[in-house]
Design a protein around this ligand. Structure first.
Ligand SMILES: [Zn+2]
Ligand SMILES: [Zn+2]
Length: 146
């Protein structure tokens, strides 16, 4: 008999996460398709801080439990963004965009992952609205808009 993995442990190819109050939990394939930082004003407002760190994962193999509340946001590019958050504790958990969903991708707010130590964002979106005191690493791929 195999011993049971401890809660929150990363099994090969999967990673767990959830909101602050743990009403919403998920398990996602790992590693992600991409890891990026969004500096748009909408992410700054929603996160209540300077940017969002996002990991894109295949929507079809994401498992989730718990109730999410959806805010349909406009975004600076004019495309709708469905911002899904825990209605109990307010943690932003997922974002869905029409372009992303067409490619089978959903975005996870990376701070909700149980393990965050190895995140390596390579892409910075909306650097035109990045806060001036936030350094963007040399060599990172920057997009002024989305
Ligand atoms: Zn919650
Ligand atoms: Zn954003």
């Amino acid at each position: 008999m195999t011993t049971e993995a401890t809660t929150g442990a990363t099994s090969a190819g999967r990673r767990t996460g959830g909101c602050l109050c743990e009403a919403v939990r998920y398990e996602t394939p790992w590693p992600p398709l991409l890891t990026g930082v969004c500096h748009c004003r909408h992410c700054q407002k929603q996160a209540g801080t300077a940017f969002s760190v996002l990991v894109a994962v295949p929507f079809a193999s994401l498992e989730r439990t718990g109730e999410l509340t959806t805010y349909e946001d406009g975004s600076d590019s004019g495309n709708p963004v469905l911002r899904k958050f825990c209605g109990k504790c307010g943690s932003p958990v997922f974002s869905e965009t029409p372009d992303g969903m067409a490619q089978g991708m959903i975005f996870i707010k990376a701070g909700t992952l149980d393990e965050v130590n190895d995140l390596a964002p390579t892409l910075h979106f909306w650097t035109s609205s990045a806060q001036p005191w936030v350094p963007i690493p040399e060599g990172a791929h920057k997009l002024a808009a989305q």
